[in-house]
Design a protein around this ligand. Structure first.
Ligand SMILES: [Zn+2]
Length: 400
């Protein structure tokens, strides 16, 4: 059994130890020590990192009662000096204790119980067992921060499960052994094996960054201490950018963004109306041109046209307008980074439209399909577009 030093002193970062067993963990060397200040991942809090001698501690896991220090290289024999990464330990003290305070605040203001906790690399989440209102979220955040700023002492004591219950804490189900209670004086008392600060003040500040519905309750995302500064800096950068892009002061951003969105919807609606009319005109122009070129009485018109940068959807609308207006075959293409083709014919005409299209898209190095009177496709060789359209037109005319 390893003597777990952080249970007594979560500020202890350096210690001397002996290797009592050597193991392997997921292909890496690992050691068990007689004593250790490293926290093993547990109860939502990640492991500490640091070093043992010259080896880097990349993970600390509790496996069947053994604390494995997973290393980046094997350790030589002899006593070893352990060093816990100070910044990461402080960060985890801040986030984990902030979690205790926020959970208790939600219990007070919303009678919401915390049923899940995850301390992540960027944010921490708790899962509450019920929905909470915006007002309750604000009140819980305020209450938890008041307790931080009151700099209440944080203490740890070990008691029996019965004593824990008498003290108003709920030990984990089925636990008969001693219970470690972490207490923020006069505010919160709960069983926990994590690393906590000496004073609530060390948490600095607790900022809720998001809430969402989760499994019938609420997932609350938050950051504490130095992470809160980072989160605010990130949001400030985003807001500064929006202020510049929208040319509006910070307090007007929501209204200006909403107006911009409404304007966009309105201009898209007008744009669609204008496009519709333009495509009507284009269809009539193409048909009269095609009729002028064809000899009188030589059958349905074959309309061939190509455009620069048209989306396939617009080509399709134009093709359908053409075949509706008069008996014709429409062979339309557009070139941009890629080539698009839409072929169509008026109901009752005899051409194999999907066959014509297959031949043409093959020449464009692409694929496409359709059935009956409409087919479309495209390819990666827009420079071949006019040639492909020309061949399709010849094939259509020879059939007509
Ligand atoms: Zn805890």
């Amino acid at each position: 059994m390893t003597d777990i030093l952080h249970l007594q002193d979560p500020y202890l970062l350096e210690f001397e130890a002996r290797v009592v067993a050597r193991r392997e963990h997921e292909g890496r060397p690992a050691v068990v020590l007689d004593r250790s200040a490293f926290y093993a991942a547990s109860g939502g809090q990640p492991w500490d990192t640091g070093s043992l001698g010259d080896a880097r501690v990349v993970a600390v896991v509790d496996e069947t009662g053994e604390v494995l220090h997973v290393l980046d290289r094997p350790l030589p024999e002899g006593p070893v000096q352990g060093r816990v990464d100070a910044d990461r330990r402080r960060d985890h003290r801040q986030q984990h204790h902030g979690q205790h305070l926020l959970s208790q605040a939600f219990a007070e203001v919303a009678a919401a119980r915390t049923v899940g906790f995850h301390l992540g690399a960027e944010v921490t989440t708790i899962d509450l067992d019920r929905p909470v209102s915006a007002g309750q979220i604000q009140a819980a955040e305020t209450r938890a921060n008041e307790v931080v700023w009151e700099a209440r002492p944080v203490t740890v004591r070990t008691v029996s499960p019965a004593e824990a219950r008498d003290l108003g804490a709920t030990p984990p189900d089925g636990v008969e052994a001693a219970v470690r209670l972490v207490e923020a004086e006069g505010f919160d008392r709960q069983p926990c094996g994590g690393t906590h600060p000496r004073s609530t003040a060390e948490v600095g500040v607790i900022v809720i960054t998001a809430t969402e519905k989760y499994k019938g309750g609420t997932r609350v995302t938050f950051v504490c201490g130095h992470r809160a500064l980072g989160a605010i800096a990130m949001r400030r950068a985003i807001l500064d950018r929006l202020v510049s892009v929208l040319s509006a002061p910070l307090e007007d951003l929501p209204a200006v963004a909403e107006k911009t969105k409404d304007d966009l919807i309105e201009s898209e609606r007008r744009g669609r109306g204008l496009l519709e009319r333009a495509l009507d005109g284009e269809a009539r122009r193409l048909l009269s041109e095609a009729r002028g070129e064809a000899l009188s009485g030589s059958g349905p018109a074959v309309v061939v046209a190509s455009y620069d940068g048209w989306p396939a959807g617009d080509l399709r609308v134009l093709a359908l307008k053409l075949v509706d207006l008069a008996p014709c075959v429409a062979l339309l293409g557009s070139r941009g980074d890629k080539a698009h083709l839409v072929f169509a014919q008026t109901e009752g005409l005899p051409h194999d439209i999907p066959g014509l299209l297959r031949t043409a898209v093959t020449a464009l190095g692409g694929r496409g399909g359709g059935k009956g009177n409409v087919a479309q496709g495209g390819g990666d060789r827009p420079e071949k577009l006019d040639d492909a359209l020309h061949r399709a037109a010849e094939a259509a005319r020879s059939r007509a």
